[in-house]
Each structure stands twice: as C-alpha cells, then as structure tokens.
Write a protein that binds this ligand. Sequence first.
Ligand SMILES: [Zn+2]
Ligand SMILES: [Zn+2]
Length: 446
Amino acid sequence: MRIRRLLSFAWYAALVALSGALASAASVEILAPSAGSELSGSVQVRARVVVRPGEKLDKVILETSRGDILRMAPLFADTFEVTLDTTRLRNGRQALVVTASAKGGDESTLHPKENAWESIIRNWAAEIPVRVSNPYHYYWGDLHAHTSYSTGSGLPADAYQFARDKARLDFFAVTDHSPLLTLEEHEDTVAQAERFNQPGRFVTLWGVEATESWGHINFYMTPSPRLPSNLDLLYRAAGDMMLLGHFNHPSVEPVPGRTWRDDFEGFHYSPAADRVMAMVEVRNEREEQAYIALLDAGWHVGAAGDEDHHDRKWGLGKTWTVALARELSREAILDALWSRRTYSTADRNLQLNFTVDGEDMGSRITRRAGTYTCMVTLQDPDPDQVIDRIDLFLDGHPAASERPKLASYAWSVPIEFTPGRHYVFVRVKQAGEKTTWSSPVWVEAY
Ligand SMILES: [Zn+2]
Ligand SMILES: [Zn+2]
C-alpha cells in the first residue's frame, strides 16, 4: 500500500515536470489560413513561432502533401509567411504542416559537462486540415502513335507537326515498337519531340511500345528503346527507372487475328510496376472488361483513349486521352498522367469531371466506412451532343445510373462504401454511340 502511494506520487511528479517542460517549449501556431478553409490559387500561409529563452530559431518551413518544402520568411516579430501556389496540389482534403526548428534551449535541463546544447536542434510542428479546390484545364491528346520507324508511315517530325497543325492536339507522343527501333531512330524521336515541344501551345512526349507475346505496353520518356522482354523483369526495370507506363489494347480473351495475347500474363499484379503503370487504353467493351480485370487485380490504372495510329492522320482518330492539368506544359501534363487525372473519350470537346467526396479522379483516399458523394460534371459545348446515359461502376459493377438527355449535366450520387478496398469510375454514353470512361477514385474504407 505504502509502495503504491509512493509510486503514484512519483508518477504525479513526473507528470508535473513534463507539463512544465511542455508549457515552456517553443510553439508553432498556424494563423492563416484557418483550419477547414477552402483554398484555391495563391494563398498566404502565416504562422507564429515562439521560442523559449536561450533558443535560437533555425528555420520555419511549410510542407505540403505533394512533398514541397517552402521556407517561410519573417514578416514581423514572431510571425512568418510564405505564398503557397495551391494549383500545384491535388483537389480535396489536404494538411498544411508548419515546422519550426530551434537550436539551444534551457541550459539547466542539460548536463553542463556535455555543453552540447548549441548543436541540438529541436523541431516543433503545427498542422491544420484544409480543402483545396482549383479548376483544371482540359487538354486533348494522343499517347500512342507509330511512324515508319515501326509499322506506321512518315517520320516523327511529320507526326508531331501533323498532330499540332492538323489534328490540333494539345499533347502528343510518338511510340514506335521497341524491338524495331534502332538507337538512331529513338534518338531522332527524342530530338523531334524536343524540337516541337512548346509550352502553352503543344506539349510533346516520346516513348516506345514494348512488344512481346504477353501484350504491348507503352513507356514514356525512355532513355533507350531497349527493354527486358521478360514481363516481370520489365516491370521491375520500369519501376526502378520510374518509367511512366500505359497498357495497350488489353483483352481478357485472345483477340481473333492477333498472334499474341493482350492480358499481360493474366493481368497479374506487380507492386513494383503499379507505381508506374498509370494508364490503360479503354475504348470499347472489350477493353472495358480488361480495365475492370486490371483494377480487380489491384492495379492503379487510369483511363486512356489513344488511337494507336499506323496511318498518317496522327491525332485525327476517333478516340483521345484527356488530361486535367493546371497548364499546358510538359511538367503539368506528366503530373496529370502520373496522378491518373485522365479520361478516355470519343468526343472532341466533352469535359468530364468526376470526384468522390471532393477528391479528384485518380485519387486514393481513406475514409471511415459510410456514404460519400460521387460528383459527375459533364459539359459538351455542342447542344446536340446529348448525354444518353451515365453509369457509375463500383468495384467493376454498375451501382447507379442516370439518363440526363442534356448536353451538360451535373449528377451527384451518394455511394455507400463498406469496410475494405474499393474503386469507382464512370462511363458516359452520348448521342452517336460515343463513349467516355473516367479514371477511378480508389477508396479504402475502415
Ligand atoms: Zn500495340
Ligand atoms: Zn501501337
């Protein structure tokens, strides 16, 4: 009994000492924006940092969920500020984190003989939740095209020029079959892509189409056309090199007339490659089935609608990939592709936005199990291009549908997410048998 009382007293004393230390510790407080606010465009982030006597403030930084680290500048007294460009962040819930580090401290709390307090750096942080909401620009492109370097015709220079001037695409990639490309031809493709790349007008990428008996995969910004032919070695190499990947013309069943399979060895999942395999061609019912098979296998792929040109009409096909990007630059287009912020469409000007609980398509979100709003916004400037039907797919199965019969429409659907991993995407059918597929939003519900 006596021992117990003694112990509890010691515990109490420790608590008092701890709370005293906390009270005198440096503090960080985010003054602006306020917690829970909705942000767009440029935002001033302001924080107050108070250090303890004897401490010297080292630096104050703002971290974003995108991994940006911005140094905050002193504004007045103990207040620091930095301008944050929120268009660089994805839409939806975000956390702003301000970290201050200080050297030194209360010398009495340190062993005098160590005399090392100057070298000790302490960090304090404050975090607030915000919601980012910026509109995107819609850019039409084609990421799968051939030239005479493999099975097509013309040269990469012809292809880039045609896609820019005749097809009037916003972005375009030449992707010849890798086994057929010489090093010189690959070099020429890269050189022509660099020559035609013009931020604000026309963004060019280049790539190669890995071509094997298990199927065809495009990789972009490849340093060389040489790739391993074994699928698992290729997946590992692409993951190591962070090569952006794109499954081409996939199919669950063998396609009549094709001498190869298009199921990438049963769509088996590769964690190494899942980071880089960002897109899959979804342009018809067969490819929709394969899209679902890939998503069911665990892949995080977005929808692409590239034409796979073998003719000289690069970009003037029947389907396109649309990227939702903050500007027309290679960096912003690549960011949209890496983020799976794309859709596949057979329409040249249908704008589709799809969010789940305010998060962009392509997002992976974690939520408490429950019902969340899926928002589908469609806008076609042609009044006759009415939307016949919208289907929302949950885990590969239609979960809700709508028949708007209008060219522009906003549809808000509550969808219940039970505990577990889910994905949702939408398919839109317009007049004239034109179909559009969104990329998914992945929801992990707990
Ligand atoms: Zn192919
Ligand atoms: Zn091809």
